[in-house]
Design a protein around this ligand. Structure first.
Ligand code: ADP
Ligand code: MG
Length: 723
C-alpha cells in the first residue's frame, strides 16, 4: 500500500475523480477500453494512474504484470505530471518516471511511466503488441492531435491483438486502454464502430473547478499584444497578489511583451528568457513542437471584423473586482516565458515559486492550455488567438497562421485561473466576437495537414493497409490513395507499397514528404544549408520572388523582423532575377533536428560555385515535385498538332509529364498547361521559355475566361525552370 503525506491525502479526497475510484476501477476490470470524461481539474491525470498502481497494475508480481503507461501531447506535461504524481505517492515515489524523446528517468523499478505520445508511437513500431505494458492511458484525447489520433487507432488494434494472444498463451495478459478527455465531445472515438466495434465504456466525472469570473473586453483590439501590455500593467497595479498567465501565439510576441514589461516593472530575473540556446538534446522533435516561425499575420478577414478601439477609460473599471484584499502596491514582476521551442528545463521553471515580493507573470502559448497546473495562478489574460497548423490542399503549402481559438479552448484557458483557488480571466476580445467568430471546437489536427505525411509515418511503422486504418476521423479514401501514389513518385514507397530506405529516412523529418525528399537530395549534393533555406522558402509558398514583385515590406508587421532574408542570384534566361527566400526560425529548428540526426556536414557546400549551386537547388525542387513537371509542348516527343506560334511566354503550351487525374484519355491538346502571368517566367521571351517547368499547383481558369469567349487555360504556378 502507498503511504501518502496527510496534506496530500486531504487534497486528494476533495477531487471528484477520487470519489469515483471504485466505479472507475470496476469499469477497467470489466472492460478493455474505458473512456473517462471529466472537466479539467477533476483529478484525471494525477489520480487515475495511481488507482491503477494501487490495484496491482504495474507490479511485476501482480496479476497483470507490466508498466502503466500514460501519454501526454506535450513534453512539459509529461515531465511535470510525473513529478507531481511522484510527490503524491509518498513512499512509492520512486516507481514514477517519465520519458520524452531524448531524456528520461525510467529504470527497472519504474511501474508508472509518463511519456509523450510520440515516444509510445515509436515503441509501438518496435513491438506492435506493446508487451511491456499492462495498461495504457491516453490523456487529453479531446485535443485530437495527430499523434493522439494515430495512437488511439493503433491501440484499438493492439487491445484486440493482446486479447487474442492471451487466449493462446496464458503468460500474455490483455491490455487495458483508458482514454481520458476534458470534454464529452469525442463521439468520433466513442461512437465509431470501425475504431471500436464494441463501444467503449464511457464514464462521466462531474468536475469541480474553483469559480473563475470571466471579463470580456468591451472592444476587440487588433493589436492584442499592445492590449495585453496595457491590461497586464493596469492589473498588476490594481489586483491582489496572485500569478498571471497570459496566452499569446508565439515566441516573438512573448519576447517583445516580456521586454516591455521588464522595463516598466523591473523584473527580478532575466526576462526575455534564454536566447534560443537550444542544445541538441533539448531541441524539439515531437511533431507538435515544430514551430514554423513568425507568420505573416495580415489577416484581412480579421481586420474587417474588429472595431478599432481607442484606449477606453472605462476599461480601468475592469480591474475593480470585488475582492477580499486590495492591491498590494509596487510588487515586482517575475516574468517567465513558456512555449514549446523552449528547452524543457526552461519550461519547468514556471513551477518554481517566484521570489518573495514578486508577482509571477507567465507569458505562454497554448502549451499552457491543458494538462498543466501551475501553482499560484489566479489571473488569466487570454488573447483568444493561437498559431494553428493550416494546410492548403490545392497548393500543398502548409502554414502556421494566427486565428481565433475555439470556444472549448477559451474555456480551458480560463480554467487555468481556477486550478488552485477561485480566479479571474480577462478575455482580450468582446463577447460579440466570441459568439460570432469562435468555432465551438477545433478541427482534429489530422485534417489540417498533408495526408501524405501521415501515410508515410504509418508506412514507416510497417502498417501496410493505410486505407483500412481506423482513423477516428478518417480522411477521404481517394486522398489516401493519391498520397500513396505521390510517395511512390518520391521513392519513399516501393511499387508494392512498402516503405523504402529513403522513405524511412524521410519519415524522420518533421516535414511534408516533398520537402523531406528535397532535403535528402540536398544532402547528397552536400549543400544542405541552402537546401534548408530553400525548403523554408517553399514551405512559405514563395520561392522565386523577382525584385519588382517582392512583397511590400510594410505588409509585414514591424515585429516580424526575425526573418532572415537570403538572396541568391538566379540564372533564368537573360534576366537575372532574384531568388529571395524568407526563412524564419524554420531554418534554425531544422538545422538542429538535422544536425542531431547526424546526417549532414554543413561546410563542404560553401566551396560550390553559385552557378552549380543554383542548378543543384533547382534539381532538388524537381525531386520534391517530380510528379509536377511539365515539358514545353514543342519539345515533347509527340508535339500536339493544333499548334499556333505563341508570341508571349504565357501562351507557350506545356505538357505535364505525369498525366493529370482523369485526363489520360484526353487529346494532348486538351491537356496543355501554361505559365501563370504572376510567375517571373511570364516575363521571358518565347525563345527563352525553359524546356521544363516545375510547378507547385495548377489553376483552372474560372468562368470569366469562358464568358469572354476564349478557351479557358489551365495555368501553372511555377516553382522553377529546369534546363
Ligand atoms: P485533470 O487531469 O482532471 O485536469 P489533474 O489531475 O491534473 O486534473 O489535477 C487535479 C488537481 O490536483 C488540480 O486541480 C490541483 O488542485 C492539483 N494539482 C495538480 N498538479 C499540481 C501541482 N503541480 N501543484 C499543486 N497542485 C496540483
Ligand atoms: Mg489532465
Amino acid at each position: 500500500a502507498v503511504t501518502r503525506d496527510p496534506e496530500i491525502q486531504e487534497t486528494r479526497f476533495r477531487l471528484p475523480v477520487v470519489a469515483e475510484e471504485q466505479k472507475i476501477m470496476e469499469a477497467i476490470h470489466n472492460h478493455d477500453v474505458v473512456v473517462i470524461c471529466g472537466a479539467t481539474g477533476s483529478g484525471k491525470t494525477t489520480q487515475v494512474p495511481q488507482f491503477l498502481y494501487e490495484a496491482g497494475y504495474g507490479s511485476p508480481t501482480g496479476p497483470t504484470p507490466g508498466l502503466i503507461g500514460v501519454t501526454q501531447p506535450r513534453r512539459v506535461a509529461a515531465v511535470s505530471m510525473s513529478k507531481r504524481v511522484g510527490q503524491e505517492m509518498g513512499d512509492h515515489s520512486h516507481v514514477v518516471a517519465y520519458q520524452i524523446r531524448f531524456e528520461g528517468t525510467v529504470d527497472p523499478k519504474t511501474a508508472l511511466k509518463f511519456m509523450t505520445d510520440g515516444v509510445l508511437l515509436r515503441e509501438a513500431a518496435q513491438d506492435i503488441a506493446l508487451r511491456k505494458y499492462s495498461a495504457i492511458i491516453i490523456d487529453e484525447a479531446h485535443e485530437r492531435s495527430v499523434n493522439t489520433d494515430i495512437l488511439i487507432a493503433m491501440l484499438s488494434r493492439v487491445v484486440k491483438l493482446r486479447a487474442d494472444l492471451a487466449k493462446e498463451d496464458h503468460s500474455v495478459k490483455p491490455l487495458k486502454l483508458i482514454i481520458m478527455s476534458a470534454t464529452l465531445r469525442i463521439e468520433d472515438l466513442t461512437q465509431n464502430p470501425a475504431l471500436f466495434p464494441v463501444p467503449p465504456r464511457v464514464l462521466e466525472i462531474e468536475g469541480r473547478e474553483h469559480s473563475v469570473t470571466l471579463h470580456f473586453a468591451r472592444k476587440t483590439h487588433h493589436d492584442y499584444v499592445e492590449d495585453a501590455f496595457r491590461k497586464i500593467s493596469r492589473g498588476h497595479k490594481k489586483l491582489p497578489p496572485g500569478g498571471f498567465l497570459v496566452f499569446l501565439t508565439g515566441q516573438g510576441e512573448i519576447s517583445a511583451l516580456s521586454k516591455r514589461l521588464k522595463s516598466a516593472f523591473g523584473s527580478m530575473t532575466s526576462v526575455t528568457g534564454p536566447k534560443v540556446r537550444i542544445s541538441a538534446n533539448e531541441a524539439p522533435v515531437e511533431v507538435e513542437d515544430i514551430d514554423f516561425g513568425e507568420v505573416d499575420d495580415r489577416n484581412d478577414d480579421m481586420d474587417d471584423e474588429i472595431e478599432f478601439a481607442s484606449d477606453d477609460e472605462a476599461e480601468n473599471a475592469e480591474f475593480d473586482i470585488e475582492d477580499e484584499e486590495s492591491g498590494t502596491g509596487p510588487l515586482k514582476m517575475h516574468i517567465l516565458p513558456l512555449y514549446s521551442l523552449l528547452p524543457t528545463k526552461e519550461q519547468m521553471r514556471v513551477f518554481d515559486p517566484p521570489p518573495d515580493g514578486s508577482r509571477l507573470v507567465i507569458l505562454a502559448t497554448n502549451v499552457a492550455e491543458t494538462s498543466l497546473t501551475i501553482p499560484g495562478i489566479r489571473y488569466v489574460f487570454d488573447s483568444g488567438r493561437a498559431k494553428e497548423r493550416r494546410y492548403d490542399p490545392v497548393s500543398g503549402v502548409q502554414s502556421f497562421e494566427i486565428g481565433w481559438i475555439s470556444k472549448a479552448s477559451a474555456k480551458q484557458r480560463a480554467g487555468r485561473a481556477g486550478r488552485t483557488g477561485p480566479g479571474h480571466c480577462w478575455r482580450l476580445y468582446s463577447s460579440a466576437i466570441y459568439e460570432r467568430d469562435f468555432p465551438e471546437f477545433a478541427q482534429p489536427e489530422l485534417l489540417r495537414m498533408p495526408i501524405e505525411g501521415v501515410v508515410l509515418q504509418l508506412k514507416a511503422m510497417n502498417l501496410q493497409h493505410v486505407v483500412n486504418f481506423p482513423f477516428p476521423t478518417p480522411p477521404e479514401r481517394s486522398s489516401l490513395i493519391k498520397a500513396e501514389k505521390l510517395l511512390t513518385y518520391l521513392s519513399a514507397l516501393s511499387p508494392s507499397g512498402q516503405v523504402t530506405q529513403i522513405g524511412s529516412t524521410m519519415s524522420i523529418f518533421p516535414l511534408s514528404p516533398r520537402f523531406a525528399r528535397i532535403l535528402l537530395v540536398g544532402h547528397l549534393h552536400e549543400c544542405l544549408p541552402y537546401t534548408i533555406a530553400l525548403v523554408a522558402g517553399l514551405s512559405a509558398g514563395e520561392v522565386f520572388i523577382p525584385e519588382n514583385q517582392a512583397i511590400p515590406q510594410q505588409q509585414f508587421k514591424a515585429k516580424i523582423t526575425a526573418h532572415m532574408r537570403m538572396s541568391l542570384p538566379m540564372t533564368g534566361g537573360r534576366r537575372s532575377g532574384k531568388l529571395s527566400i524568407w526563412c524564419t526560425r524554420t531554418f534554425a529548428s531544422l538545422t538542429i533536428s538535422l544536425t542531431r540526426s547526424n546526417c549532414c556536414r554543413l561546410s563542404a557546400s560553401l566551396l560550390m560555385t553559385l552557378q552549380s549551386l543554383v542548378q543543384a537547388l533547382k534539381q532538388m525542387v524537381a525531386s520534391g515535385y517530380i510528379d509536377q513537371v511539365a515539358i514545353r509542348a514543342d519539345k515533347s516527343p509527340n508535339p500536339p498538332e493544333m499548334y499556333r506560334t505563341p508570341k508571349r511566354a504565357i501562351n507557350v503550351p506545356y505538357l505535364p509529364l505525369v498525366p493529370l487525374e482523369g485526363e489520360q484519355k484526353l487529346d494532348s491538346a486538351d491537356r496543355l498547361v501554361y505559365i501563370h502571368p504572376s510567375s517571373p517566367l511570364a516575363h521571358l521571351s518565347v525563345d527563352e521559355c525553359p524546356d521544363y517547368v516545375v510547378y507547385s499547383y495548377l489553376q483552372k481558369a474560372g468562368n470569366q475566361a469562358v464568358d469572354s469567349g476564349k478557351k479557358p487555360k489551365t495555368r501553372m504556378h511555377a516553382l522553377t525552370d529546369l534546363t
